[in-house]
Design a protein around this ligand. Structure first.
Ligand code: C5P
Length: 303
């Protein structure tokens, strides 16, 4: 049997997403608090004659938007790590996908982080954590956080990650949309709606204090996403969905990252299950319950 390694890739929600005006390089300065969720993909890698990626989707996941072959971020991660070590060779990846594609849950970023770790372990490359983080930042703004996981502060364009204290078990109801939203399109719409966004952004003290409190009601009051008005303007039905979830008992509904996935923070598991049932009854075909924080990318199987 060909040896393989499987690494778990967790989705994320931004508990806080403060966005400033675009920098000279076109990226937006961020002050964000990320949290990894139990909703995850699994990325398996084995050596092969050519770089490839195979997608295996859970029911209800729209495959469109998953780039094939060389354009896929998983293949780019494999190539980047190989180049970093000055090696030859190629690998075959399989992504078992439960995280919606282009959903604002950083599924692609998590897969890329998992691909780095999986290939590093398969080929026993012994890449240092610092090097893995810097390769991750080259792949995308959310990729370093996916490696670290837990609850963490993100600065810069999101790639400078510092772990944060989080005393809670946060119960989320996750409602993916039928079709994804493009992150650059949402950022561009943010620029149109907020031409006076500040040059620098920070995470407020009340969010930091809320994370030290296990009561999810306290955290709910501190959640914020500056991209939410832009995402709702592009998809007005998301605003209605947030209202429906809050009426069903969620402490707070919000857009995840650049959307269109909607997230509902609930007081406990029972409340999350009840909100899920109501949203299923109102015609949303895929409604999930997830908890956070969970760990970042980690090996789940060596074969
Ligand atoms: O870094 P990543 O490739 O994930 O970013 C995708 C796109 O999102 C960027 O090309 C940019 O348009 C937008 N973005 C941004 N500011 C950030 C992060 C992402 O404008 N801090």
């Amino acid at each position: 049997m060909t040896p393989s390694v499987t690494v778990r890739a967790a989705s994320k929600v931004n508990l806080y997403l403060g966005v400033g005006r675009p920098r000279p390089d076109g990226y937006h300065p961020l002050a964000t608090v990320y949290q990894t969720l139990s909703l995850h993909d699994d990325v398996t890698v084995s050596s092969g004659p050519a770089w490839s990626v195979t997608l295996v989707c859970e029911d209800g996941i729209d495959r469109d938007g998953f780039p094939a072959g060389e354009d896929n971020i998983v293949v780019r991660a494999g190539r980047l790590l190989t180049k970093h070590h000055g090696r030859d060779g190629a690998a075959e990846f399989t992504v078992r996908k439960s995280i919606p594609i282009a959903g604002g849950l950083a599924g692609g970023s998590a897969d890329a982080a998992a691909a780095l770790v999986a290939l590093d372990r398969l080929w026993e490359l012994d890449t240092s954590d610092d090097d893995l983080l810097s390769l991750a930042a080259q792949l995308g703004s959310d990729v370093p956080f996916a490696l670290v996981g837990g609850t963490a502060l993100g600065r810069g364009r999101g790639e400078v990650v510092t772990p944060m204290l989080d005393e809670g078990t946060r119960w989320w109801v996750v409602v993916p949309a039928r079709t994804g939203l493009s992150t650059p399109v949402v950022y561009r719409h943010f620029d149109e709606l907020c031409p006076d966004a500040p040059e620098e952004v920070t995470v407020p003290e009340d969010l930091v204090a809320a994370l030290a409190d296990p009561d999810n009601r306290v955290l709910a009051a501190a959640l914020r996403n500056d991209l939410e008005p832009a995402a709702i303007d592009l998809r007005p039905e998301l605003g209605e969905l947030i209202e429906t979830g809050e009426r069903a008992g969620a402490l707070r509904g919000m857009i995840s990252g650049s959307g269109p996935t909607c997230m509902f923070l609930c007081s406990d598991r029972g409340s999350a299950d009840r909100v899920r049932t109501t949203l299923l009854d109102t015609g949303h075909p895929r409604v999930l319950v997830a908890l956070g924080p969970v760990s970042g990318t980690h090996v789940v199987e060596y074969k």
